[in-house]
Design a protein around this ligand. Sequence first.
Ligand SMILES: [Zn+2]
Ligand SMILES: [Zn+2]
Length: 252
Amino acid sequence: MNLQADDYEIIAFFGLVMLFEFGERVWPAQKLDRLADVKLDVLSFSFALAVNRICNYIFRAAAVRLTPPHLATVVAALQSLPSALRILIALFIVDFIIYWIHRAQHNYDVFWRTHAWHHSIEHMYWFSGFRTSFLHSFLYNIPQVVIPVTLFHLSPAEAGIGYSLGIFIQFVEHTNWKMSFGPLNWLLVTPDYHRVHHSASLHRGQNLAGTFRIWDRMFGTYVDPAKMPEGYALGLGEPVEGKKIPRMLVGL
Ligand SMILES: [Zn+2]
Ligand SMILES: [Zn+2]
């Protein structure tokens, strides 16, 4: 059986659903009403899945033709590295670029419109993290697809592992599982760390990193989750009006 990147992604996704469902039920971080926004979350999830698929195909096809000739020596040097290292370096570069896209989304109104839908989450668990607008998915897909394809020439299996890691990180960021990476907590984003970023009133423009906390520490957007008050509220600080949802889903 010849598995493609998409197959790895689907297998990884269902494995992670089972794992995080189990973790959240056995070790919940907060009391949570999972059914409060379930309709919105199902709608967002189906939408995000479709948009991600479409963007992925478009950018993958474009990026193959885009490999810049003057980067041939860099590409060749990267090719000689072991697979695991290439996937890690790709993840690191993509995470750095996404940090700055995310920062722009919080600093400029035109970009904030693409991101407000994600911040409308008031009940955070693994499923709610998929609440992303069309333009949000579009923006994030550019580095997520272009960097691995143009610079790293990842094979379908390597790209599949990379994407699966990306989905894993998405689950970790938003899960209601009380989770810690122990000695690696200083390096990696944990659920309580990203939760600060979803706060309704405190520090919403901080803890912007997706995978590596070091970007926040380096660029002055770090907040220690241990210093947050108990049970702080999440979301936009006001309920989302039904009539605004279609526009927020698109990201305009
Ligand atoms: Zn944000
Ligand atoms: Zn989030």
